[in-house]
Design a protein around this ligand. Structure first.
Ligand code: FES
Length: 323
């Protein structure tokens, strides 16, 4: 069994179990959120020894070379000495809170200093001094009462002074409950880690954008950026919004404005059970068209949704995965 040294003490780990679980079982203060290699909350650094390559898969080359890895993706194969990653967190303040749908809230956030980002990118939001209520069950907290969550940026850097994120209330997410029930204007939070693919740079001639209920955030700045440029010339864009109920539609003012400006833009709402069948049909048709080699599917949604609707598709796919 590999031995793991952390903060001056040594623990027995298992190559059958994620290192994150081992550390948490000893009550160690390791931040986490998604447990699936997506949010980067559990970023750690190896000081001595080697980490399995799969625990570095989603990190950039610079971080890999510096020995960073994700504890939730690491099943240790040998003895290691590890430490928590030092993070450059930017202090920020919540400046606005708007309910978009019955289960979706938008937070406006003013960071202490501005930074560059593009449509399709996300940040990690850190909540501090979280009430004890949120320290139980899944999701995360650690000994310093922190919660972390990756959030797509719904704002557009060149037009907005503040950042905007959308947070869906999820039964098993402490962060989402905190964001919905405990946040208020003036509250301090932190942000870190701008990352993710810049979708604006990856448009093809034919673009099908599929958005799961509540996951429109990364697409809104894309539409705004396209509205303000001539980049849509010669490009066709079809936006398909899947919603469980029509009350869950939001962002339609912008979508309709974009439809007026862009001649080759279509929007379709797929609502309820019938809508899911329509969505399957749209994907089947688009993926089998002769010109599908110059087509791109941009799909924004939770991982099970993405898995289900991308299985049979032959087009180039750009994922905007939620966790
Ligand atoms: S908890 Fe490890 S990446 Fe999210």
């Amino acid at each position: 069994m590999p031995l793991i040294t952390f903060a001056g003490r040594t623990y027995q780990a298992s190559s059958q179990r994620p290192l994150l679980e081992t550390l948490l079982s000893h009550g160690l203060p390791v931040p986490y959120s998604c447990r699936s290699g997506y949010c980067h909350s559990c970023l750690m650094k190896v000081e001595k020894g080697n980490v399995p390559a799969c625990s570095q898969q989603s990190l950039n080359i610079e971080k890999i070379q510096q020995g960073y890895f994700l504890a939730c993706q690491c099943r240790p194969e040998q003895d290691m000495e590890i430490s928590l990653a030092k993070r450059d967190k930017i202090p920020a303040i919540i400046t606005g809170k708007t309910r978009l749908t019955p289960t979706l809230v938008a937070l406006d956030i003013a960071p202490r200093h501005s930074f560059e980002y593009q449509p399709g990118q996300l940040i990690t939001l850190w909540a501090t001094d979280v009430p004890l209520l949120f320290k139980q069950g899944s999701g995360h907290s650690n000994s310093s009462n922190e919660l972390a969550r990756p959030c797509y940026l719904a704002s557009l850097a060149e037009q907005d002074k503040q950042l905007t994120v959308h947070i869906q209330r999820r039964v098993n997410s402490q962060f989402s409950q905190w964001a919905h029930d405990c946040t208020q204007i003036g509250q301090k939070i932190s942000i870190s880690d701008v990352r993710g693919t810049k979708i604006y740079q990856n448009l093809s001639s034919n673009n099908l954008i599929v958005v799961q209920d509540g996951c429109l955030a990364p697409v809104l700045p894309l539409l705004r950026k396209l509205c303000a440029s001539s980049a849509t010339a010669g490009k066709s864009i079809q936006l398909v919004l899947q919603v469980d109920h029509k009350d869950n539609l939001y962002g339609m003012t912008l979508v309709n404005r974009f439809a007026q400006q862009c001649p080759d833009f279509n929007v379709r709402v797929c609502c309820g059970l019938q809508g899911k069948k329509q969505l399957e049909q749209i994907l089947k048709t688009s993926g089998s068209l002769p010109e599908s080699s110059d087509s791109r599917l941009i799909i924004s949604g939770y991982q099970d949704f993405i898995r289900k609707y991308t299985q049979q598709v032959q087009m180039n796919i750009q994922l905007l995965p939620y966790s």
